[in-house]
Design a protein around this ligand. Structure first.
Ligand SMILES: CC(C)(COP(=O)(O)OP(=O)(O)OC[C@H]1O[C@@H](n2cnc3c(N)ncnc32)[C@H](O)[C@@H]1OP(=O)(O)O)[C@@H](O)C(=O)NCCC(=O)NCCS
Length: 162
């Protein structure tokens, strides 16, 4: 079955909390503590500019499982993409690309013009994914994440229709 991508705002409270708990678990495994995004209930309740998207997939006839998620914050014509993550066992199967296409399409439809993000220079797979989606590296700041870990700012102009 192909993955299904949804928004936690389309869920009822209990369903949203269950997904947020699952996302939190993956987040803590994937990112250092100081970079782990807080996936609390308030994201569902009262943050209309913050969107949490998630992808699920049924494998071998089992119930759908969380396989990926993304978070962005929309401020007028610019969206700041905070997170994109695919669970380890599902990487290199096109899911990250699918999620990025979904986000780009949705933001374009909503009239957003740019997507901006910061990525750790050492996160090669993420940098490659963003480049492949048409993002350009705009600046690099040494020690952005912590001493020795540079951050790269990347942007995508959605009007260019990449
Ligand atoms: C970055 C990440 C989201 C990519 O997800 P994915 O589902 O594996 O990506 P895809 O399979 O859609 O790959 C799309 C393209 O990205 C690039 N890419 C992805 N993983 C790569 C890797 N390990 N090495 C090199 N290029 C890679 C390739 O260009 C790839 O296209 P290809 O497979 O046709 O060569 C995933 O590796 C991840 O969750 N990493 C940990 C979290 C993270 O670093 N998030 C980004 C910062 S918030």
């Amino acid at each position: 079955m192909p993955p299904t991508i949804s928004d936690i705002h389309s869920l009822k409270r209990n369903e949203a909390l269950e997904i947020l708990t699952q996302i939190s678990r993956v987040e803590k495994k994937t990112f250092p503590t100081n970079e782990a995004f807080p996936f609390g209930e308030e994201l569902w309740r009262k943050k209309p500019n913050t969107r949490v998207l998630y992808a699920t997939q049924s494998r071998e006839g089992n119930a759908p499982e969380l396989i990926a998620y993304a978070v962005y914050v929309r401020q007028k014509g610019v969206a700041l993409l905070h997170k994109v993550c695919v669970i380890e066992s599902c990487r290199r199967q096109g899911i990250g690309g699918l999620l990025m296409s979904y986000i780009q399409e949705r933001l374009r439809r909503e009239g957003c013009q740019y997507i901006q993000l910061w990525v750790d220079k050492a996160r090669e797979p993420a940098r490659k994914l963003y480049q492949r989606c048409g993002f350009e590296e705009k600046e690099q700041i040494p020690d952005y994440y912590s001493p020795g870990r540079a951050g790269i700012r990347m942007t995508l102009d959605l009007d260019r229709g990449v």
